[in-house]
Design a binder for this molecule. Structure first.
Ligand code: G4P
Length: 526
């Protein structure tokens, strides 16, 4: 196959949801349809339950599961589908944000009983930053959920995106009959069953077709006709370009656990969702059909075996063909590296790959050369953009507990930060080290891993910080004035960028007012 054909075949996406909405179940059903797994229960939820907070085995298990399910690939019809898994636990949100930089579109799962939940709102903000196309799957229609119109309004309001239903439920909960596909003009009848394979719908060209009455009863058929009329009247006609621009989210209804609505979603997905998209480097836009290989690292996973410090770096291929055993240019380090044991992910099996194409993810074994955000190319120097760090929510100062193991602590912290477990800020004055995370769980993970993998021990002392702000200014003199006057609050991030550590919201506002020439950013890329 030619490069263009390989590109056209690929669909790389992520599934996001608030924990418990049904992400794992939906992923599993998609894999079942793709024939990548044979039985339900094969995909393990990568949730860390809160009660497992101090249970290290749980965390270790989690690490194992998340590497196994990081990328799941399968063939469906004439497409090759790559699903990138995102951690469900909110403490690992930063990991999810980065994974979203490597996808071309997103499926968002919403629980019809609970509606839009907090975690979904946050993840959606990240999608909005990059105009990632989003499809919604409203799940658990076999339960008595909220009114579908209310759910749609809530999505529009809370997630700041227009919606367009492409299917519509016929009743709900105990009396749920199925969905009518507005996209394919077909009727899909619901049968509660965890093992049944979903069938194609019955074609219904005309909504007045008496077949609907026969199948779902007169009352529900009448309600459906009313609903369809209302939808067609209220929502503008679906425009695929608006979806591709991230302006409109098509909405589907179903019940993942009952294999219902999943095939419909998948069929529409392969028809509508974008293939590998162009991506920007510091220098130019790179198109997937360019002959020369390039890609970036969005995730690094430490080896499960603490005796071997090698890690797996996940590379999203952006252009050209990746070939195993080739020397590629590591842009940040300005040197060539040979990757002889690249791994591809097929369902949950890892296997060696000889070649891979734009949209694919390959795993590279790394002994400490690579870090998140790195670019690999065939010689072109620009780094891919769009893998920012976000300001952490919780900050703690690192206190070394064993002076004899200072080196191990430094090395361990450095490597864990490169893996993206947390962010490290080093104060300009006194070299105080502060670790910032999205959630509390990471501190436990860091302490545990420092001890087990590096033999170092540390304490974390809570400190009162509101946000880390990356600062810059077109007026370099003013920037220097600012840095000099706030030196006690200035730190460097892992890349040496200048960060202002703001202690409170009100103080940050005051400082911003006092230094109008300086810009304060809550992400490292602006
Ligand atoms: P997550 O990855 O988004 O966190 O959610 P997950 O798929 O693990 O699903 C959370 C719970 O919701 C599971 O129940 C799952 O079976 C259930 N679920 C998923 N889809 C549907 C659906 O369409 N209808 C209904 N009624 N439930 C659904 P659990 O009790 O945690 O696990 P299990 O014992 O059912 O496997």
């Amino acid at each position: 196959m030619t490069l263009t054909e390989e590109i056209e075949k690929r669909r790389t996406f992520g599934i996001i949801s608030h924990p418990d909405a049904g992400k794992t179940t939906l992923t599993e059903k998609l894999l079942l349809f793709g024939g990548a797994i044979q039985s339900a229960g094969a995909v393990k939820s990568n949730k860390i339950k809160m009660h497992a907070r101090s249970d290290w085995m749980e965390i270790e298990k989690q690490r194992g599961i998340s590497v196994a399910t990081s990328v799941m690939a399968f063939d469906y019809k004439d497409k090759k589908i790559n699903i990138l898994d995102t951690p469900g636990h909110q403490d690992f949100a930063e990991d999810t944000y980065r994974t979203l930089t490597a996808v071309d579109s997103v499926i968002m799962v919403i629980d019809c009983v609970k509606g839009v939940e907090m975690q979904t709102e946050k993840l959606m903000e990240v999608c909005r930053m990059r105009n990632t196309p989003v499809m919604c799957f409203i799940n658990k229609l076999d339960r008595e959920g909220r009114d579908p119109y209310d759910l749609l309004d809530e999505i529009e309001e809370k997630l700041n995106i227009n919606v367009r239903p492409l299917s519509w439920p016929i009743s709900m909960g105990k009396t749920f009959k199925g969905v009518y596909s507005l996209f394919n003009k077909s009727l899909h009848l619901f049968q509660a069953s965890r093992s049944k394979i979903e069938q194609d719908g019955i074609e219904i060209d005309d909504i007045n077709d008496p077949q609907i009455d026969e199948q779902v009863g007169e009352a529900d058929a009448a309600q459906l006709r009313e609903d369809v009329e209302l939808i067609e009247g209220v929502y503008p006609e679906f425009d695929v370009n608006e979806y591709l621009e991230g302006k409109v989210a098509p909405v589907f209804f179903g019940s993942a656990v009952n294999n219902f609505g999943v095939k419909e979603l998948l069929d529409c997905f392969i028809e509508l969702a974008p293939g590998p998209l162009p991506r920007e480097t510091e220098e130019r836009v790179i198109h997937p059909d360019e002959k020369k290989f390039s890609g970036f690292i969005f995730k690094i996973h430490a080896n499960m075996d603490p005796n071997h410090r090698n890690r797996i770096a996940f590379v999203r291929i952006c252009a050209g063909k990746f070939q195993r055993g080739t020397n590629y240019y590591h842009v940040r380090a300005d040197k060539k590296i040979r990757f002889s044991n690249a791994t591809a992910f097929m369902a949950q099996e890892k296997e060696l790959v000889d070649e891979a194409w734009p949209g694919d993810i390959v795993g590279l074994y790394d002994t400490g050369n690579l870090k998140i955000g790195d670019t690999l190319s065939e010689g072109e120097p620009g780094m891919f953009k769009g893998i920012p760090s976000f300001s952490p929510e919780i900050f703690k100062e690192v206190i070394n507990k064993d002076a004899m193991k200072t080196k191990q602590l430094e090395k361990g912290l450095h490597q864990l930060m490169e893996e993206g477990v947390a962010q490290l800020f080093t104060y300009e004055l006194g070299s105080r080290k502060v670790v910032g995370t999205v959630g509390a769980l990471q501190f436990e993970v860091i302490q545990h891993r420092l001890k087990n993998e590096y033999g170092a021990s540390c304490d974390f002392m809570p400190i009162n910080l509101f946000k880390a702000c990356w600062v810059d200014s077109s007026d370099k003199k003013k920037l220097k004035e600012f840095i000099d006057s706030k030196m006690r609050h200035i730190a460097r991030d892992k890349d040496g960028k200048v960060v202002f550590m703001a202690e409170s919201r009100s103080w940050l506002t005051m400082v911003q007012d006092n230094f109008p020439e300086v810009s304060f950013h809550l992400t490292s890329e602006f």
